[in-house]
Design a protein around this ligand. Structure first.
Ligand code: LLP
Length: 404
């Protein structure tokens, strides 16, 4: 993404041209950025040679999943829907792991039938459900057990998952008890110890603590796991938070861990793969000037992009036509939804804007479209992909007829 003669270009294509052809609001993805992220991720962990399972919850577009699968990545899914989407995208079932605290009988049954790599369990009741199905179909099922290491990921409190107060995983002692209880089972093959402590993590120290907790389980249980699934959570730079995750330190630490235990590592990254490869294209409908604030009312709402309303998440907003002016007054970029939280950004000053101008909300590739809703009975936006200088529509805008 860059400006040429003050006009915004995404992968060498004019943002204004894309908007003219495809309309707004629309999610637009850059294949070039996606590719760069995947190659970077692989490079960062090349000495570990992990299985990388993309967290489908971050972005479940079939075409995006298909592109990701072509780079040899697998998938981390949390529902039958995500599993179906991954299989439809031709992701190898033997590279799919199934996470989540509330998998139903039907979902587990389906996953077993599809021969996926692992079901990462999060409670004894879930293990018992798997056991019931395995006995019924007389098959041994490969499972993982998710550890809750009670580590503070030092991220947004709403997206931390590795503390005891969070619903995810099992405590150290519980994990060890379950291993001892099920390790000789005829129908269960405990293959993996999994963990995921949170998302948008920019500090390596919580990861170090997490590895320590895993080591404790391995030492205490003396159990030979084939895989250790370290989850995802690697943070990206949204432009406000300048701290960057130190991949070198994290990767070195894992390398040592792998050598010591001779196991295969699985990662489940979502945001770090697709986050900065997505843009939300939008148009200014009205500008409402009040005493203190210029309300920039755009045609995307919190139903299209929930992150700012849900987590007070920061996303840069940039104009497609840059100019040199500066209006020194607070600007609030808001949507059309009848909620005060329908606000994307509040900024002290901005360039001069006009009704009808196009703007772009950045870094929305992860947890953007997937969190959209029909609130205020608005249809979900379309998705488009720029690849090799061509622009494709990769999901149609929902029709009002289909949702009413
Ligand atoms: N594995 C598991 C078990 C997870 O629960 C998650 C994310 C991931 C992997 C991928 O994490 P990532 O690499 O993308 O950080 N809606 C929030 C984020 C929720 C993350 C939920 N779990 C947001 O918009 O920031």
């Amino acid at each position: 993404m860059l400006y040429k003669n003050k006009k915004l270009f995404i992968d060498k294509i004019s943002a204004n041209q894309i908007i003219k052809k495809f309309g707004t609001p629309a999610y637009c993805y850059s294949y070039a950025q996606l590719k760069e992220n995947i190659l970077n991720f692989k490079r960062n962990f090349k000495n570990i040679d992990p299985l990388i399972c993309f967290a489908v919850k971050a972005n479940n577009n079939i075409k995006i999943l298909n592109e990701i699968g072509r780079f040899g990545l697998g998938a981390d899914v949390v529902s039958k829907g995500e599993l179906l989407a991954s299989l439809k995208s031709k992701i190898n079932p033997k590279k799919i792991v199934f996470s989540g605290v509330g998998k139903t009988y039907d979902e587990i049954n389906f996953a077993i039938k599809k021969n996926i790599l692992l079901i990462n369990t999060e409670s004894q009741s879930e293990i018992e459900t798997i056991l019931k199905i395995a006995k019924k179909i007389k098959r041994k099922v490969d499972i993982g057990i998710r550890l809750n290491p009670n580590v503070d990921a030092k991220t947004i409190k709403e997206i931390t998952t590795g503390k005891t107060i969070n619903k995810f995983g099992l405590k150290e002692k519980e994990v060890i008890d379950l291993i001892n209880h099920y390790k000789k089972s005829k129908y269960l093959n405990i293959k993996c110890l999994s963990v995921h402590i949170g998302s948008q993590i920019t500090n390596h120290i919580p990861y170090f603590k997490m590895l320590k907790s895993i080591q404790k389980i391995i030492d205490k249980s003396k159990f030979n796991f084939e895989y250790i699934d370290l989850g995802g959570g690697m943070g990206i730079n949204y432009g406000e938070n300048t701290q960057k995750l130190n991949y070198k330190k994290y990767s070195k630490k894992i390398e040592k861990f792998v050598k010591k235990n001779s196991i295969k590592i699985i990662f489940e990254p979502g945001r770090s793969i697709i986050g900065n490869a997505g843009y939300l294209l939008s148009k200014i409908i009205y500008i409402k000037k009040t005493g203190k604030i210029n309300f920039i009312i755009i045609d995307a709402g919190m139903n299209d992009l929930m992150r700012p309303a849900l987590y007070k998440a920061y996303h840069r907003i940039i104009p497609t036509n840059k100019n040199k002016s500066k209006v020194s007054k607070r600007h609030d970029f808001v949507g059309p939804i009848c909620e005060t939280t329908d606000k994307f950004l509040s900024i002290k000053s901005y360039q001069k804007l006009n009704e009808g101008d196009n703007i772009v909300i950045c870094d929305v590739g992860a947890y953007g479209k997937v969190l959209s809703s029909n609130y205020n009975l608005r249809s979900n936006p379309k998705e488009i992909l720029i690849k090799n200088l061509k622009v494709f529509e990769i999901r149609k805008k929902e029709t009002l007829q289909s949702i009413i």
